[in-house]
Design a protein around this ligand. Structure first.
Ligand SMILES: Nc1ncnc2c1ncn2[C@@H]1O[C@H](COP(=O)(O)OP(=O)(O)OP(=O)(O)O)[C@@H](O)[C@H]1O
Length: 239
């Protein structure tokens, strides 16, 4: 499988503070990757670095064969990186439809396809962003990223604060995007079991570097390794 994305010995952070420390990993075309690790190890910073929002002090980022280390964020979006931020950042005073069309870019994903994928958004098309439930806001944040026709979807704790039934529905949708639509994804998630069920590969971070990399299914099936890496029992990590 050909490489889509690679971090090569990346040292990055904010100002002079180093958060990612010689971090390396690679992602193949169409694959999904879980980023796991305890609080504060640099998971969000990894995504922010991929989007060009941190200071890269050393190392390189490669995307589809190009060195994008110094590219500004907007160029990365144009090149196919679809960002679904942790805060969802839905525009509260725009309707669902306005939120979706404000940043659309040409490609197979358009308003009709997003509505087909998330029928709930079609039902709520005239509602304002601040009138939506948490689950609907998350669907809107994903739908908005799809409108940019990305090759890779970056999801930062997409299930945070959502009811279990909505978590299941969203997990199915995200898996479907990868398996049926060929969209690659990177998922940062507090619930390891859920993240591992949704992805092909997983990396675990500690103090800004990769301490474990391998297939998600293998890690999900090894409770003692998971506990050693994340310091949690399997009963603590069910979504
Ligand atoms: N904008 C920022 N400016 C300075 N330091 C930051 C900034 N954002 C995060 N940090 C620091 O970087 C470190 C890693 O934070 P990050 O949010 O990437 O971790 P995380 O693994 O995503 O944590 P969590 O699971 O709690 O969300 C923390 O020490 C945090 O305080």
């Amino acid at each position: 499988m050909s490489e889509m994305l690679a971090f090569d010995q990346v040292v990055a952070g904010y100002g002079n503070a180093v958060v990612l420390d010689r971090l390396s990993f690679a992602l193949a075309q169409g694959q999904s990757l879980a980023i796991l690790g305890r609080n504060g190890v640099g998971k969000t910073t990894l995504l922010e670095t991929l989007m060009g929002n941190t200071r890269v002090m050393r190392g390189a980022l490669r995307w589809c064969g190009e060195d994008i280390t110094r590219w500004p964020a907007h160029r990365r979006v144009r090149a196919g990186l679809g960002w679904v931020p942790q805060e969802r950042e839905v525009f509260p005073s725009l309707t669902v439809e306005e939120n979706l069309t404000v940043i659309g870019r040409p490609g197979p994903w358009n308003l009709q396809r997003v509505y087909q994928f998330f029928p709930r958004l079609r039902e709520r098309r005239g509602n304002y962003g601040n009138q939506l439930s948490g689950g609907e806001q998350q669907m809107l944040a994903i739908g908005r990223a799809l409108m940019t026709n990305p090759k890779l979807l970056l999801l930062d704790e997409p299930m945070e604060g959502l009811a279990p039934i909505i978590v299941e529905e969203l997990a199915r949708s995200i898996r479907h995007l990868c398996e049926s639509e060929g969209l690659a994804s990177i998922v940062v998630e507090q619930h390891p079991v859920l993240a591992l069920e949704m992805t092909h590969q997983a990396i675990v971070l500690e103090r800004g570097t990769v301490v474990h990399a391998g297939p998600s299914a293998a890690l999900a099936g090894d409770a003692s390794l998971l506990e050693g890496l994340l310091g949690v029992g399997m009963t603590d990590v069910q979504a």
